[in-house]
Design a protein. Structure first.
Lengths: 256, 270
């Protein structure tokens, strides 16, 4: 209760000081829109559907790319950790490529796939995949080998060991990797949507970019705010339950 | 299989270790952990292996468990050659090796879930039976990190007992516990051994512990790992670790141990 009050007070005072600075008249509303302007835009764009459509388009791209990144990243991370040859090849590649800011994939994606959904998808997958591989790999390698020995004595082998022992043992790392992958996917998708103009769907990134071109800073800030809110919601809905679970089970996490 | 069958006492297994040799190569050269070691373990026997660190006693245990393979020689469990881990031989490690992502019941169920012929309800009942046996039925939904060291080893014991193995292999399971908890567990393990009639091979570097628990104590010397002496402990059960009669046995074993360890400058706990 006290925690939610302090959150509310903090954000309210942030908004109030913003409103205050915006109203002081020092800055043109083109440079600094007031929170009320932004809210007005959000209201209006929600009513005419622009915002819904853009959010939907973006989320669809994000979920597809992120899902593919996890689908391939987790198994690949598992095998790079368990097989030396893959560790020295694919593992090294992942380690190198994950340092690459995902926006760097955009020119290549445009060249290969043109201004299409495939280009978007490619950029998001590239943004997600490598960090998920690295996190899974690290998680498996941090697992105490005694778990495997204990599991073997109880008759666990092959796929059963992978699913019932190695995967849950790496869960704390895995959730960390999924969070990082999520953040990277968002970043790469926004980069792609801002740089790649395509006609098959008008996402949040494009909405933001058009706001800039029209000098509609209320629109730009509104889209930024929505991206922040979606990010927070994703954290609360997708990752927090897992984190709470393993903090409780493992007895980690000193903050209640 | 019904739950009665799952809990029934299967005849404990006879183990034959026949000329087992195992060496490891490290940066400092080759260590002969086991040099042509032969032991017969009788059905339902409580056998203790004692020796200083690095004498190969844990290696022997791992080989019986099927977690390690010997360079030469063989291990027979109930007449059959051991080629890998088996549900008839369960292991308890020095570290509890419980899985932190499962609760207490989940850990005890882990081996049971891999055992065919039981449905989930029966598995749960079997797990609860063993949790009750180790005195932890109230803690079935606790997380592993919430338990004390002694409780963790009790859960590990329940987990090892649950699939109803014929042989229990214990690798210094109480070494990391405080003295008081350990004494409690000596009582528990003797009680459970009598109730469930397992063949137990128990590795320790604590002579008194070996004398307290074992029907027979084998003394190992390190590098090359060999059996140097054998002691029968003919004391009634349940034995008290602090009893005078026990002290006589442990003094005798310690003297023998010192006889060959002094030359090599290794230490052993009494």
């Amino acid at each position: 209760m006290i925690r939610s009050i302090s959150s509310i007070v903090f954000f309210l005072s942030l908004l109030l000081s913003w409103e205050f600075v915006a109203r002081s008249g020092h800055y043109s509303p083109v440079i600094l829109p007031s929170p009320l302007n932004v809210l007005e835009y959000i209201w209006q764009a929600t009513c005419d559907g622009t915002l819904w459509v853009a959010t939907l388009v973006t989320m669809k791209r994000l979920m597809l790319g992120y899902g593919l990144g996890l689908l391939f990243g987790i198994p690949l991370g598992l095998v790079t950790a368990r097989f030396r040859l893959l560790q020295d090849t694919l593992g090294l590649l992942a380690l190198g490529v994950q340092t690459l800011p995902s926006v760097c994939w955009v020119p290549l994606a445009l060249l290969w796939f043109g201004q299409t959904e495939a280009a978007m998808l490619f950029v998001v997958v590239m943004g997600t995949l490598w960090s998920v591989i690295i996190a899974t790999n690290d998680g498996v390698r941090a697992m105490p080998p005694i778990y495997l020995r204990a599991a073997r004595t109880m008759g666990s082998k092959g796929l059963h060991t992978w699913i019932k022992v190695i995967l849950p043992a790496s869960l704390p790392y895995l959730v960390g990797g999924m969070k990082q992958g999520w953040a990277f996917a968002w970043r790469s998708l926004m980069a792609a949507e801002i740089f790649v103009t395509i006609l098959t769907g008008f996402g949040l990134g494009q909405l933001l970019q058009y706001g800039r071109e029209l000098l509609a800073m209320d629109q730009v800030v509104a889209v930024m705010a929505i991206i922040v809110v979606i990010g927070l919601l994703a954290d609360r809905l997708l990752f927090s339950p897992w984190e709470r679970f393993f903090h409780r089970r493992w007895g980690t996490g000193s903050m209640k | 299989m019904s739950i009665e069958n799952a809990l029934i006492n299967i005849a404990p297994e006879r183990i034959e270790i026949d000329g087992v040799t195992k060496s490891f190569t490290t940066n400092r050269g080759t260590i002969v952990a086991l040099d042509n070691v032969s032991v017969k373990v009788a059905e339902g026997e409580f056998l203790c292996l004692v020796g200083p660190s690095g004498c190969g006693k844990s290696t022997l245990l791992n080989i019986i468990a099927g977690l390690d393979t010997p360079d030469s020689g063989r291990v027979l469990a109930n007449g059959e050659s051991v080629t890998g881990p088996g549900r008839d031989r369960m292991v308890m490690f020095q570290e509890h090796a419980l899985f932190p992502w499962l609760d207490v019941l989940g850990n005890v169920m882990f081996g049971l879930r891999l055992k065919p012929g039981l449905n989930n309800k029966e598995r749960k009942e079997v797990a609860k039976y063993y949790l009750d046996l180790v005195g932890l039925s109230k803690f079935q939904h606790a997380n592993i990190h919430e338990l004390s060291g002694g409780m963790k080893q009790r859960v590990a014991l329940a987990r090892a007992l649950a699939p109803n193995p014929r042989v229990l292999l214990m690798d210094e399971p109480f070494a990391a516990l405080d003295a008081l908890t350990r004494e409690q567990l000596y009582g528990d393990i003797q009680r459970i051994w009598e109730a469930r009639r397992k063949t137990i091979v128990f590795v320790t570097h604590n002579v008194r512990e070996a004398a307290c628990l074992g029907d027979r104590v084998l003394l190992f010397s390190p590098n090359p790992g060999r059996i140097r002496a054998e002691f029968q402990v003919d004391l009634p059960r349940a034995r008290d670790i602090n009893s005078v009669e026990l002290a006589r046995y442990s003094t005798e074993i310690t003297t023998a141990l010192k006889g060959f360890t002094n030359k090599q400058g290794t230490e052993v706990a009494e």
